[in-house]
Design a protein around this ligand. Sequence first.
Ligand code: B3K
Ligand code: ZN
Length: 878
Amino acid sequence: MRTESEQTIHLKDYAPTPYRIVSVDLDFRILEENTRVRAQLTIEPREGTAPGTALVLDGDELKLDSIAIDGAPLALAAYLADADSLTVVEPPLRRFVLDTEVTLLPASNTKLMGLYRSSGTWCTQCEPEGFRRITYYLDRPDILAPFTVRMTAPVALAPVLLANGNPIERGDAGDGMHYAVWHDPFPKPAYLFALVAGDLGSINDHFTTMSGRRIDLAIYATHGKEGECHYAMDSLKRSMAWDERRFGREYDLDIFNIVAVSDFNFGAMENKGLNIFNDRLVFAKPETATDANYHGIERVIAHEYFHNWTGNRITCRDWFQLCLKEGLTVYRDQEFTSDERSRPVQRIHDVQNLRTSQFPEDGGPLAHPPRPDQYREINNFYTTTIYEKGAEIVRMLATLLGEAGFRKGMDLYFERHDGEATTIEAFIKVFEDASGTDLSQFITWYLQAGTPQVSVSDHYDEASQTYSLTLTQKVDPTPGQTEKQPLLIPVRFGLIGPNGSPMGWSGVTGGSVRDDLIILDAPSMTLTFSGVANRPVPSLFREFSAPVKVSTGLTQDDLLFLARHDSDPFNRWDALQTVSTTLIAEAAQGRRWAEADADALRQALIDTLNNPDLDHAFKALAIAMPSEPVVGRHIGKDVDPDAVARARHDLLTTLIGPIVEQLERHYDALTVPEPYSPDAAQAGRRSLRNGLLSLLTAGSDRGAALAAAQYSAAANMTDRYAAMAISAHYWTDQAQALLGDFRTSFAGDPLVFDKWLTASAQAPDDGIIERMRAILAAPDFPRTNPNRLRSLLGAFVMSNPVQFARKDGAGFRFVTEAVAEIDKVNPQVASRILTGFRILPTLEAARRDTGKAALEALKSQHQLSRNVGEILDRILAG
Ligand code: B3K
Ligand code: ZN
């Protein structure tokens, strides 16, 4: 069964519209029962448009009330209006004003696209195609226009009236109504349009730009929540200063507003001058927010702010170019966090995220290039490939060109394309022009799907004192793309001598090496280093210089040597992770480790912990055991999640057993003095302490009680949540009591409820499905709120393979049944949850089949949205 259009949109069909929109005047009359929207669009034909060419505007669930051109109502035969489009059959072949009126019902808009109500507040979400749910329009990113917006609303319900740009007028409109007019002089695509009307509190501040302009800043939220917005405000001011320092970018309007809302489909939205945020990325206080929450707020506030230049001032020509703004802006927010906190720790976090989300996407049925060439539903392409792989591509550019060369290219990008809607090709061109480098091979990264696999072999010849290194690259076929081209891969590297110090060489043949950078641009390359006094251990892909999978053939001894001696913190961390992942993966496939290997790993963990030169946050990452999904993906096919969980547990017990007291001593010594601060140093200490708690709980009998004690004693949410989540994940004797206590202690706070939902979704026991069914069936469960749904179901599909992929198929069926229900309310949330099924091809046959059966049932028994239909078909085809 399927109802929505299955039409595929292709990049090759891109063509400019025959008409352009010169300016936009919108008038919103907001009432409790409905909202009337009058749009006056000044339109003109482009040069070359033939007389009689129809003007076709987009709509979505709209109903036209009236239509006029230059003040004269249109005859019935002169236009065609339905829910999805408005066609003016023969518009004038000169500049004219099209005047339309529609009536919206924001309160029943559960898709949360267009104008909707969240806890009484009217707000909008337009990216990518929500503006067409507000008025008929050329709703595509290459249509840029200045907007003037008038809002009239009841003072009692909406004392605050906000839109993009600068406020230019406000006043009384009689009958308990008032109005405000906002003007945004910067031409923008409609996806950046926003308005907010509601009864909100705010905190206010200001920022003085590098040229001395004063910018008024405000963050709006439900009354009573203002006090929880200060960290977001602080993050905003630091972001504004950083973009000036690092990229020379100054803010352009006189005012910058952020509004926090409770019902939001994703994290936040960069509307010009009026960012709208999911409240989980604004509100923070120590009792209810974790260190990770603070970190997330800082990052997303920065990300949306940085979009003002990379996204808003320079936008995308079409949605195929999405990663032009998203990949670049993620790169910018990663750099911001690296500068504000610890660069190596941030790099490890970002790579963990890439490997946990993007690699599986790129290696499965949903793989697509960072610049796709077709889609059915664009909302399905706000993916980790567009965002995180997109950021890695920009990072490789920076690596190849060096900091100064990259900045030169970025300066040229801003200079050349300001005010435009542009493409990936234009982006690459500025770096070519600024640096004189040929990047024609590099652009393949944007066009090709799949994670490259680089294999390395080496040989040392003592007699000639030469060391040769062979690097081979390959990309497996991905859906719709069987032929793959070799990529240009920057390999940052070093050679390490037997005593642990860097080794030099006198010459290199066989390929291009620049200082510490190998440029791998052929399918295979052998470099021969001369003047190498001893057999070195190679440290490759330092700082994770390219988003590839590497098999080095290094022994466990070599890896543990790197873990100890590499000057690159990323590779030290990676070496330890590779060792533990390999041991678990092998054991899960019936090849148990040798005792000596476990002993050596244990010693390396202890040495890491005792090393006074490493900071706490780094140690926490280094001692962590790879998660079950990480190990499952390492195995890659015929995965039995139960075997993985058993092997992981086994390794943990083996490693931890002999060192319980030592770990406990570290744990005890790491208490963090109050008062709580979210800064990187304190957060790092807490993360190490909680990392130790996790090891102790997983690998010894001591941990469960320690976790319960930590839960009760915790003075902040970071420690309380960690204790509960660890207990739930390892399903300790105390887990259910802790979950119960948490549920009642924080009953009134929806964002804390989300934490409880996520921890509940981690439980490995068979009772989980029944418990989750009960949670969803509770009459007061907020079924329309994306945060609640994602916290439970998203966490379940992504991080609980034992129960999601269980053999009897109950996990799969539970999710497909939930998806069918959610799809009727909010297709974007439903399709996002469904992407969890992308693991099917990696599972053993029986589980794969039950998973497929659940998907087939979903497809045959329900009318599905285009969002869910597309994901379903791609997974089934994969
Ligand atoms: N640009 C928005 C994402 C819109 C998602 C639409 N499905 C937020 C961001 O990436 O900054
Ligand atoms: Zn973004």
